[in-house]
Design a protein around this ligand. Structure first.
Ligand code: C2O
Ligand code: CU
Length: 518
């Protein structure tokens, strides 16, 4: 497997708010790589953001690239991961951004802080899994296990001795920094007998709320406080998939929460119970409880006057199988995915370079603000032929400082599924969401403009919609995509180009001298 510094998960990077982190990426593998700083806005500096063929060419075997990771207002937990084909399966780690020196958290100082990264394990080479999946156009092989901090846990007898263990002292409070680095699933997480208190998500603090489970999308982070207030013993922590992508048994990964001290260790502590696989309301209910602090010290600044209203449909599609191939999708076709009916095709030269150097023929400026025609997006059995996507490498251009409202509408073409949508270069306010079709008359008056959460990855619920707002104040080239690896490989992505404004602080910075070449 591909690893960074021989570690899996990769090293945790600790920084403080406002720091500049410099990372030298040296590729000693036989495989292209890029590294993305997930959730870092990289103000005016998309050059080292990382998505291959969007902001850079891959770092080829034997070469290196110095990446400047420019932290600005992020504070909390983020992460870094490979952004080249499916290599993020094993190339990821936490990026923990502490408050500025001598600044407190908006909650009592915890006794200790613990990163918990959810991931996946394949018994085969992930590159081969991806290639087979792309060749057949069907659903990918499912991984062989989910992981907590790199370990499948003791439901897998051969992994039992390496099960992740968190030792706590009775009466103490711990800050858990959780990252979902899973490839294709939203996850539930729960610690038996313990409630937790959520305090942040996606490197922004939230109002505190108590819960006995967590829903976390791929890409998302959740910070929560765990108080060791139960009778000293061993308790399971476990994570299980929501909305599984196939029929398989490897749905659950476990770790152990063990209290320090002397007591009789239970031979088999009870596993926490989980919401059902298809329990969309449990998934959505957790996420809609996330709220910004929105107070004097942590004010919000939601755009109130919107200049650009965008409506993006997220669809799973199919297309006839290429001649002489055999396809695994429905009706022997192949799966594709699209945003506003455009299936994103990555170019051979990165879009950022083409934009900066005026190279024509790499992308088109015509990514649509709306789907080509409206239909009943979420009805059951949308005729597949109603909607065949077009291939494209299309960008949507935003003026500097445009105030954008973007509504994601999930559709039921072929199949309705959740889509954890992630925007590079920005955080956005999640101002509304609902099930069914978005109604542009009755839904906007119900938006939360008072304390909406500030996120960079948001799960658009199955057959539902989510509305976000952001101000386009970060000039550059920024990828927007579903954080399910199978969906982005099928083309569920698009690119925003945010133009330069007037003055040096509104202008993109020049590239570093060692940009990788295609
Ligand atoms: Cu976490 Cu474009 O990725
Ligand atoms: Cu998706």
């Amino acid at each position: 497997m591909l690893t960074i510094n021989g570690q899996f998960p990769g090293p945790t990077i600790y920084a403080r708010k406002g720091d500049l982190v410099i990372v030298d990426v040296i590729n000693r593998a036989g495989h292209n790589i890029t590294i993305h700083w997930h959730g870092v806005k990289m103000p005016r500096y998309p050059w080292t953001d990382g998505p291959e063929f969007v902001t850079q060419c891959p770092i080829s075997p034997g070469t290196r690239f110095r990446q400047r990771v420019v932290l600005s207002d992020e504070e909390g937990t983020l992460w870094w991961h490979a952004h080249s084909e499916w290599s993020r399966a094993s190339v990821y780690g936490a990026l923990i951004i502490l408050p500025e020196r001598n600044q407190p958290y908006p909650f009592p100082k915890p006794h200790a802080e613990v990163p918990i990264l959810l991931g996946e394990w394949w018994n085969s080479d992930v590159q081969e899994v991806m290639e087979e999946f792309l060749a057949t156009g069907g659903d990918p092989n499912i991984s062989d296990a989910f992981l907590i901090n790199g370990q499948p846990g003791d439901l897998y007898p051969c992994s039992r001795q390496d099960t992740y263990r968190l030792t706590v002292e009775f009466g103490r409070t711990y800050l858990i920094r959780m990252v979902n680095a899973v490839m294709n699933n939203i996850m539930f997480f729960r610690i038996a007998n313990h409630n937790i208190t959520v305090v942040g998500s996606d490197a922004a603090y939230t109002k505190q709320f108590s819960s006995d489970y967590i829903t976390i999308s791929p890409g998302q982070t959740i910070d929560f406080l765990l108080v060791a207030n139960q009778p000293p013993s061993h308790y399971y922590m476990a994570s299980r998939v929501y909305a599984s992508a196939g029929n398989f048994d490897n749905t659950t990964t476990t770790g152990i929460l063990q209290y320090a001290g002397n007591y009789t260790i239970p031979s088999s502590p009870p596993l926490p119970t989980f919401p059902a696989f298809n329990d969309t309301s449990s998934s959505v209910n957790f996420t809609t409880r996330l709220r910004s602090l929105a107070n004097a010290k942590y004010p919000i600044d939601v755009p109130l006057n919107v200049t650009d209203i965008l409506f993006f449909t997220l669809s799973i599609n199919t297309r006839p199988c290429p001649l002489n191939a055999s396809c695994d999708g429905p009706r022997d076709e192949r799966f594709l995915a699209s945003v506003n009916n455009v299936t994103m095709v990555l170019p051979r030269t990165d879009i950022l370079q083409a934009y900066y150097r005026n190279i024509s023929g790499v992308y088109q400026n015509d990514f649509p603000d709306n789907p080509p025609f409206p239909f009943n997006y979420t009805q059951f059995f949308v005729p597949i032929d109603l909607w065949r996507p077009q291939d494209g490498t299309a960008v949507n251009i935003l003026d500097y400082n445009a105030t954008v409202e973007l509504v994601f509408q999930g559709t039921n073409t072929v199949a309705g599924v959740d889509h954890p949508m992630h925007l590079h270069g920005y955080s956005f306010y999640v101002v509304g969401s609902g099930l069914g079709n978005f109604n542009n008359v009755t839904d906007p008056p119900r938006y939360n403009l008072v304390d909406p959460p500030l996120m960079e990855t948001i799960a658009v619920p199955v057959n539902g919609w989510t509305a976000i707002r952001f101000q386009a104040n970060n000039p550059g080239v920024w990828f927007l995509h579903c954080h399910f690896e199978r969906h982005v490989s099928w083309g569920m992505g698009m690119v925003f180009i945010v133009k330069n404004g007037n003055g040096p602080n509104a202008t993109m910075l020049p590239p570093p001298p060692d940009m990788p070449r295609c």
